[in-house]
Design a protein around this ligand. Sequence first.
Ligand SMILES: [Fe+2]
Length: 346
Amino acid sequence: MIFRQLFDSVSGTYTYLLASRRGGEALIIDPVLEKVERYIQLVNELDLKLVKAVDTHLHADHVTGLGALRDRTHCITVMGEMSKVDVVSMRLADGDKLTIEGLALDAIYTPGHTDDSYSFVMRDRVFTGDTLLIRGTGRTDFQNGDARAQYDSIFNKLLKLPDETMIFPAHDYKGETVSTVAEEKAFNPRLQVKSVDEYVDLMSKLNLPNPKMMDVAVPANMRQGLAQEEIARLGWALSATEAMSLSGQPDVTLVDLRERTEREKHGVIPGSLHAPYPDLAANVRPGGMLNELARATGKRIVFYCAFGERSAMAVRAAQDAGLTSACHIQGGIDAWKKAAGPLARQ
Ligand SMILES: [Fe+2]
């Protein structure tokens, strides 16, 4: 496995790059905007393909690299379903799996630092975001933070992992890089409390100043969505209602770009094909499945995904490959559901 812990010294943020092998798919957790060039360089040096960029929560102390990485690499952006970010490509719920080739992480909803905080467990390690830090815990006094919820997330979820589980947080300000569940149970001063009330009392007395970047970072991090209006302006978008009237017509093929787990959980548009987003480049190039289908049948390809980001990127790739009638459903299955479009269960 390839595992890299990268540091942004301005915000004290740790960013993690994971891949199962050289030459394979990679995932990045909590990237920082100012470091995006470095991440891309490292991904290239290690001969990796970045396919997912994940934020553990909406950060207040730095601007996320999610949008920039998506624009540069066409990777999928991922956050938890409770996040107030405008648009990401994929949202995960508690218990969902975050997967790339050869690796699977379990998403756990761990609110408290913010109400959109998630941790990700991968075998012998857990990425705790700002929920549990090394010898500390994330502050709970803004962004709908809640010390009571954080106590529950830490004591009843994270500290229930095996004692030897390694803890990799999103921040450290003293140069610590890794800890374990057993160490934090024994030595984290914030965790030496006898009750939830004692923890709430301790957290209420911290009196921390707001992060320097907060007024810039929070609004910027709320707007990470790809500009789907640009795709619409080029005439490559359908509203969910327009797509509904075309669905089932013989000259149209709807193509679902989502992963199997998303299809099972949220349903599919009846009669649509499944062509997962990671295979897109191979499918739209000459000789590829979708390219052949469009050319042989003259059918118009209508891409869709969860929120319209992957499909917007797919339209551009398909148009670049010469499929000039390709378009997508703006807002994805989310918009389709809101327009009361029919869904089939997998
Ligand atoms: Fe944070």
